[in-house]
Ligand binder design. Structure first.
Ligand SMILES: O=P(O)(O)OC[C@H]1O[C@H](O[C@H]2O[C@H](CO)[C@@H](O)[C@H](O)[C@H]2O)[C@H](O)[C@@H](O)[C@@H]1O
Ligand SMILES: [Mg+2]
Length: 896
């Protein structure tokens, strides 16, 4: 018998960086500025129980939580009782200048809090405690709720099918800038925490830009980012109303996996990507037999699917069946003796359907007089944060009016059929209500997942003394939960009569019918442990499958560095491809003409004497002259992938292929014509030298199939002529091998900056470094542009040897070879921008045409959300110092 040695060493756990909108704590600051009060927040119970599970019970993962501190409020002591209570101070006016020590102090307090939670909650020591695992995002500024505005006032309504007139006015623009900064602040914090091999998990719609920002930040091809969307995702007809729809989608598709609460939300998302990003998608089934999509966008792939969130069923049952709650259940029962109890608990906002519920209940009492005086509806409505908005005030009025009218119509001096509590209730009261209920009524008109429904079914799965087992649930078909709890009594909340009939039917169910329903429903409740593990293990799988194929992810272009380098450089060279880089790809080549915005930006770039701008394209001279050279003679042009050149501020073209034998054109043309006849919709673009066969307008499958065949046929004889056959974007191009875009780049970089070109002369590698460019931005989208990037990389290697001491402050020579397309595209470029729109935004940034916060990833921020080293950042630092001095003086009695 052989024995195997047991490995007792602790297993290395997979690190997870879990990014949530807000840490699960409410943070209050006492008058002394050092006295922190930390308590658990309410809401988001499902998500926070997933954090708890990873924190306390998971042996497989080491969790690090990154989250905003939330609005920090101040407390003051009551003079008589000495009790601390929230100061009714306007948060908008509190600048919250905290010193580094105070911030560190609070971070430690939060970490200790988490640790003591662990000690209190676990009785096992199977996992090593991770102490430094709470990483607060500090965004201390006046008006702390500013960070919520865009998410809550623009995104949330649209995602819940509420269209507010958006005029992209000043206010909304500022909200957007704050939203961008909020996401940037997370990227920065994650930058401090991230280690190679970590999995990053991002939650919900406050952080839609974060996936792409992280790609931009980390030069780590193996980084795995998962995003879970807790809210509904609307149909594209709604989503496309968002003025920033493209930036939002661009931000999200930086993730490897995007997951939703149900299949219809993921379908809507895919449709938004198809319409707004021109993405394609392949549908299949995942291991749980639900739809998943491989969405190809900007040449890379993202996995999109759904996984409904769950609740911590074990904990709920443990908490709900205690002696204390038994006695609470009994008191409620006694208060409503011989009456059926219907319960509802919702946030009072326009989508939770409280108004619909009350209308349905009113209809029920009208339709079924026999139930009057026999049924009570206990409705708990919790107030939302922004109670002062006109919509909320109107909603409160509507609810009050309905409650009053039902109670005056169907109640009497001793009894009111609707008991409305407009307040937040403690957990034990909530659990008592779930237990005591004969029926739970959920009539939301839109939600992602209604956890009350899941918690109710969980509680009803348990036998207890009060014959509360298995009571039914009425659930709105518009709630995300109806996709999960398929055996609930599903209703349309807008149809009061149908809901009334369902209430009647539900209350009349006998014990056996109820028990049957519950046993089906109970099986349908997902647990939070399962949800967390499934989500993370699929990300782990993705990470390991990507290891196999040695996936290389290209980081997004670091725009703060680019901008800084641009400002400092004196000899700037721009090398731009045209189609797919400066203009989007369109069906008809003749229609791909420069936009007014492109002209403006090129004009501004050209106007700076430090800049030399070249367009290096596959297009012919005629096209480039007509649309670019003719309008901006300062541009240098190169046509047909390097066959022709026109220097900056010069009219004449030089043909670099003059001495080449062109007899191959006849043969290539013949073959291309044969394929054009066989492939309806295809055509040949005949340039001076190159020939291009286009198949964008064919039936896609046929075009692709014939393109492959054509390429093989051309390759069989092109070697004899030393030709290159290139796979372009829905085209096959042929041109002489010895010219390519890389050759042009070589000539332009190894050149005295600003001096005219001698096109027929070779290059000299003996030039002093300070006569050549100190900033080269090279942008291209296509296979042929790789020659440019490769050339720049070669020159960089050469310069490293030749001029090792002449690097700039970033440790390089200012070369930016950037591909236009997704991060997962195969390229030798060092960075990527997603599409021509992002190209223009980036160039706009350089010429001061675009605000720093128009799009994400343009600047670095300080911990208060100011641009690092900017005037406002410095001002804020000074104000903070003055504030701290004043405070300490007021404590010591000294004068400042
Ligand atoms: O080097 P580029 O400036 O990127 O030019 C490459 C080719 O672009 C053009 O074709 C491509 O763009 C068309 C317009 O969007 C599109 O309809 C076509 O399917 C693409 O292949 C151009 O027609 C070619 O001559 C260029 O070589
Ligand atoms: Mg191109």
């Amino acid at each position: 018998m052989t024995t195997t040695a047991q490995d007792n060493s602790p297993k290395k756990r997979q690190r997870i960086i879990n990014c949530v909108t807000q840490l699960p704590y409410k943070i209050q600051l006492g008058e002394s500025n050092d006295d922190w009060k930390i308590s658990a927040t309410t809401g988001n119970s499902a998500l926070y129980s997933s954090l708890e599970y990873l924190q306390f019970d998971s042996t497989e993962y080491e969790q690090h939580v990154v989250g905003w501190t939330g609005e920090i409020t101040r407390t003051e002591r009551n003079l008589f009782t000495r009790e601390a209570k929230e100061k009714p101070q306007d948060l908008d006016d509190d600048p919250l200048y905290l010193t580094k020590e105070q911030i560190n102090g609070l971070t430690t307090t939060l970490q200790d809090h988490m640790k003591s939670d662990k000690e209190a909650k676990t009785d096992t020591t199977q996992t090593a405690p991770v102490t430094n695992n709470v990483h607060p995002v500090w965004l201390l500024r006046k008006n702390q709720s500013r960070w919520r505005n865009y998410a809550e006032k623009v995104i949330w309504p649209t995602f819940h099918y509420i269209l507010n007139p958006s005029n992209e006015g000043e206010q909304e623009k500022n909200w957007w800038y704050d939203y961008v900064k909020f996401n940037e602040a997370y990227a920065q914090k994650i930058g401090e925490v991230y280690r190679k091999g970590d999995i990053i998990w991002i939650h919900d719609y406050y952080l839609l830009l974060l996936p792409q920002l992280l790609r931009m930040k980390f030069n780590d091809e193996s980084i795995i980012i998962g995003y879970f969307h807790h809210a509904p995702w609307p149909s594209n007809e709604y989503f496309r109303c968002l003025p920033r729809r493209k930036q939002i989608l661009d931000g999200l598709v930086g993730a490897n996996r995007i997951c939703f609460q149900n299949e219809s939300f993921s379908r809507h998302f895919v449709s938004s990507c198809k319409r707004s990003l021109d993405a394609t998608a392949k549908k299949s089934k995942n291991s749980s037999n639900s739809d998943q999509y491989q969405v190809s966008v900007y040449g890379g792939d993202v996995l999109v699917d759904s996984l409904p969130i769950g609740v911590n069923t074990t904990q709920i049952l443990k908490d709900a069946f205690t002696k204390d709650i038994d006695s609470k259940v009994l008191s409620i029962k006694q208060a409503y003796q011989n009456k059926k109890i219907i319960i509802g608990r919702d946030r009072l906002d326009s989508v939770r359907g409280v108004v619909q519920k009350l209308r349905a209940f009113e209809t029920f009492l009208a339709m079924y007089p026999e139930w009057r005086d026999q049924v009570v509806l206990i409705q708990v409505s919790s107030p939302i944060a922004n109670r002062n908005s006109p919509q909320t005030i109107r909603l409160e009025q509507q609810v009050n009016e309905l409650v009053n009218s039902i109670n005056s119509e169907y109640g009497n001096l001793n009894f009111s059929p609707v008991q409305h509590y407009y307040m937040r209730i403690p957990k034990d009261v909530y659990l008592s209500l779930l237990r005591v209920a004969d029926l739970c009524l959920i009539t939301s008109v839109r939600d992602g997942m209604n956890t009350t429904a899941l918690e109710y079914v969980t509680v009803k799965s348990h036998m207890s003394n009060f014959s509360c087992y298995g009571n039914p649930l009425i659930l709105s078909e518009f709630s995300g939960s109806s996709n999960v709890l398929k055996d609930a009594i599903v209703v349309n909340p807008w149809d009061s009569v149908a809901v009334a009939k369902s209430i009647n039917m539900a209350l009349k169910l006998d014990k056996e019918e109820k028990s049957n329903l519950e046993s089906k429903l109970w099986k349908e409740v997902p647990t939070i442990q399962d949800w967390t593990n499934k989500f993370l293990s699929s990300l782990k799988e993705q990470a390991s499958s990507d290891d196999d194929v040695e996936r290389k992810m290209t980081p997004a272009l670091n725009r703060p560095v680019l901008l800084e380098n641009y400002k400092q450089a004196k000899r700037r060279l721009f090398l731009f491809d045209y189609d797919g880089t400066l203009t989007p790809i369109v069906k008809d080549p003749a229609a791909a003409i420069p936009s007014a915005r492109l002209y403006t930006i090129l004009q501004k770039l050209c106007a700076d004497p430090h800049n030399q701008i070249w367009i290096i394209s596959g297009r012919d001279q005629k096209f480039l002259n007509k649309w670019l050279g003719g309008k901006l003679p300062q541009l240098g042009l190169s046509a047909e992938h390097g066959c022709f050149m026109k220097d900056v501020s010069c009219q004449d073209w030089v043909n670099l292929t003059e001495k080449v034998d062109m007899s191959w054109q006849v043969r290539v043309n013949e073959v291309m014509e044969e394929f054009t006849t066989r492939t309806p919709g295809s055509f040949i673009e005949r340039k001076k030298v190159a020939l291009t066969w286009h198949y964008r307008r064919t039936v896609p499958e046929l075009g692709e199939f014939h393109a492959k065949e054509l390429k093989e046929k051309l390759l069989s004889f092109t070697d004899d002529f030393d030709l290159e056959v290139m796979d372009g974007k829905a085209n096959i191009e042929v041109r002489p091998r010895f010219v390519n875009k890389g050759e042009i780049v070589k000539r332009l970089v190894w050149h005295q900056h600003g001096k005219p070109q001698d096109m027929l002369k070779g290059i000299s590698e003996k030039l002093p470094k300070d006569e050549m460019p100190d900033f080269v931005l090279c942008l291209g989208d296509d296979f042929t542009d790789e020659d440019m990037f490769r050339q720049l990389n070669t020159i960089e290697t050469c310069w490293k040897e030749k001029y090792p001491d002449q690097k700039n402050q970033w440790g390089n020579y200012g070369f930016y070879p950037v591909t236009v397309g997704s991060a997962s595209k195969k390229t030798v470029a060092k960075a990527h921008l997603t599409d021509p729109q992002q190209v223009l935004e980036t160039l706009g940034l350089l010429v001061g045409d675009v605000s720093l916060f128009q799009s994400a990833g343009t600047v670095d921020l300080d911990s208060r959300g100011h641009v690092k080293n900017s005037e406002s950042s410095l001002k804020s630092k000074l104000a903070s110092k003055a504030y701290v001095m004043k405070r300490s003086a007021s404590y010591t009695g000294a004068k400042v």
